[in-house]
Design a protein around this ligand. Structure first.
Ligand code: ACO
Length: 325
């Protein structure tokens, strides 16, 4: 592309999603572990989640979501210049699962890599793709969040296994000139001092096992409300906006009580929040694009709307993306 033309905006031109076929309800879980439907719904808002079967992987779900996003963007697979996959559950340690998705899509020219920022991964990936577009290096980027957290859950630990689900969402981010639409700001943060509040106790450099997710639920809850409220306020201040100017909030779907506490703290109206945690549970990096897909399918977001994405996850890592739709 012609790099002499200077001002590029990154506009979402297509959204896609893919979920595993198997639905696991809270009632199903009561038959496996010592829990109740009431406890799960009251503490988390989750009613059901999708769980991947053996032949459904992070890359296969990501590839399906990508095909839908590319179709909705009305471009050909070959027009994708960059693929970034946000995931904490890649098919294998390497190669990057993004390259497996690339191969499934029959693309051999673009570059592709994974980003690992756990539940914040999708906003981290959007920022990287936005920078590549604004630098004039990329015309169309495929940004995917895909996870199979069911594979790293300890199904004996009722404190964590009820919280997560599997799935994938994807967007095509396209370079446009002469528009006020697109990504207006990205704000990303990490603080590794809290790594032991949410982690997986295994991995190639420390052990021979994949490991299980471990979490201090109350510690995570407290930091999530503080960090997410702060990152929303940071985005508003940077863009000289008030909370009432935002048309839609699409948060990472961890837990309804986190969403409600953040909404109360920053004074945002509940009817502007896209909520899908009841049917997807926490799908980590996939949760924002899955929620975005639902909002687009339901025709909620109109051209010109201000849409704020925000997420927080292990690390800790957290961030926001503000988009003029
Ligand atoms: N079913 C029934 N009882 C349970 C279950 C369960 N699935 N899990 C825990 N309990 C019990 C505990 O054993 C405990 O029993 P006790 O009082 O007899 O000891 C009781 O419930 C209360 O346990 P707490 O851990 O104190 O429950 P809490 O009110 O903190 O709720 C929860 C737990 C839902 C995990 C909450 O802390 C939370 O939402 N934390 C945020 C975690 C999160 O969202 N993580 C996602 C990753 S990070 C992110 O995406 C932002």
């Amino acid at each position: 592309m012609d790099k002499k033309i200077k001002s590029y905006q990154s506009v979402i031109t297509g959204v896609g999603a893919s979920l595993p076929k198997s639905i696991v309800t809270n009632k199903d879980l009561t038959m496996r572990i010592d829990t109740s439907e009431e406890w799960i719904v009251n503490r988390t808002g989750i009613e059901e989640r999708r769980i991947a079967s053996d032949d459904e992987t992070t890359s296969s779900l990501g590839a399906e979501a990508s095909k839908i996003a590319i179709k909705n963007a009305q471009i050909e697979n070959s027009e994708i210049d960059l693929i970034i996959l946000a995931t904490a559950t890649p098919d294998n340690t390497f190669p990057a699962s993004a390259t497996l998705i690339q191969s499934s899509l029959g693309i051999d020219k673009c570059y592709a890599y994974d980003i690992q920022a756990v539940c914040s991964g999708f906003v981290f990936a959007l920022e990287a793709a936005d920078n590549a577009i604004k630098a004039g290096n990329v015309k169309n980027a495929l940004v995917i969040g895909s996870e199979t957290f069911s594979r790293i859950l300890d199904w004996e630990d009722r404190g964590t296994c009820v919280l997560f689900g599997d799935g994938a969402g994807a967007v095509v981010l396209s370079s446009k000139e002469g528009t006020e639409r697109g990504i207006l700001s990205n704000h990303l943060h990490s603080d590794g001092r809290y790594a032991d509040l949410l982690y997986v106790d295994g991995g190639p450099s420390t052990s021979s096992k994949v490991g299980f997710l471990k979490m201090d639920g109350q510690g995570v809850f407290k930091h999530a409300v503080k960090n997410l409220s702060a990152v929303i306020e940071e985005a508003l201040e940077y863009n000289n906006l008030s909370v009432d100017d935002i048309d839609w909030f699409i948060p990472h779907q961890a837990n309804i009580r986190i969403l409600e506490s953040v909404a109360k703290k920053v004074g945002l109206s509940q009817d502007k929040i896209i909520i899908t945690v009841q049917k997807h549970a926490n799908t980590s990096a996939a949760s924002i694009p899955l929620a975005l897909f639902d909002a687009v399918q339901e025709d909620k977001i109109k051209k010109g709307d201000l849409v704020l994405l925000e997420a927080m996850g292990g690390g800790f890592s957290w961030g926001s993306t503000l988009i003029r739709w």
